[in-house]
Write a protein that binds this ligand. Structure first.
Ligand SMILES: O=C(O)CCC(=O)C(=O)O
Ligand SMILES: [Mn+2]
Length: 201
């Protein structure tokens, strides 16, 4: 386990969370089993197809709003439940949902963002399992913009972001010409139940 050297963040990488064989077999299963969709994202007021495929699974109440859209979860599958159990043990945290992202090759990517939606709470623990092709995740501090940190997310790795990471840092998965193979990433999250609407009488 490696604690990344990033001020005002807690990011831990476990490179061999799953064995190579386990990770590749899970990759194949998820490529088959998951109803992959191209979500739409709203960026600078413009709506466009997201540059990757995604799926949202979890407990029924784990409704998630991001990039201007609301996602209702599909139910857990047996494979997702068994990865969740292992991830919960490793991160010592309970999760009620998982966002799956599928990067078909190096042209699929994820832009700069933080996982800081209100329903995740102020200091969310986000646990991220990577399968298949290794891709670079890049972190950049929000105010000290010259502080950057790159981490290779290889097949079978687990990256846990906790504490103030989302408050002070952004992260992205840049496009690359050198990767031609599939990668799936699963980010486990704990979504707080929606707050009761208050009606004023
Ligand atoms: O693919 C990755 O490793 C990053 C995924 C991510 O940042 C997210 O789902 O919010
Ligand atoms: Mn993220």
């Amino acid at each position: 386990m490696t604690l990344l050297d990033m001020p005002e963040a807690t990011v831990v990488l476990q490179e061999r969370f799953l064995s190579e064989v386990q990770a590749l077999s899970l990759l194949d299963t998820l490529l088959e089993d998951i109803a992959w969709e191209q979500h739409r994202v709203r960026l600078f007021g413009r709506e466009m197809p997201s540059p990757r495929l995604s799926a949202w699974h979890g407990d029924p109440e784990a409704v998630y709003r991001y990039s201007g859209f609301t996602h209702h979860p599909r139910p857990w599958t047996p494979h997702l439940l068994s990865v969740r159990a292992a991830v919960e043990r490793a991160a010592d945290t309970a999760f009620n949902s998982v966002l799956l992202n599928r990067y078909r090759d190096g042209q699929d990517a994820m832009g700069w963002h933080a996982d800081d939606e209100p329903e995740l709470g102020p200091e969310p623990v986000i646990a991220s399992v990577s399968l298949g092709a290794s891709r670079k995740m890049r972190f950049r501090h929000r105010t000290h913009r010259e502080w950057v940190s790159d981490v290779a997310l290889g097949n079978g790795s687990l990256l846990v972001m906790a504490g103030s990471t989302q408050r002070y840092w952004l992260h992205s998965v840049p496009r690359t010409r050198t990767v031609h193979d599939e990668r799936i990433n699963l980010t486990f999250r704990l979504i707080a139940p929606p707050r009761q609407e208050r009606t004023l009488s």
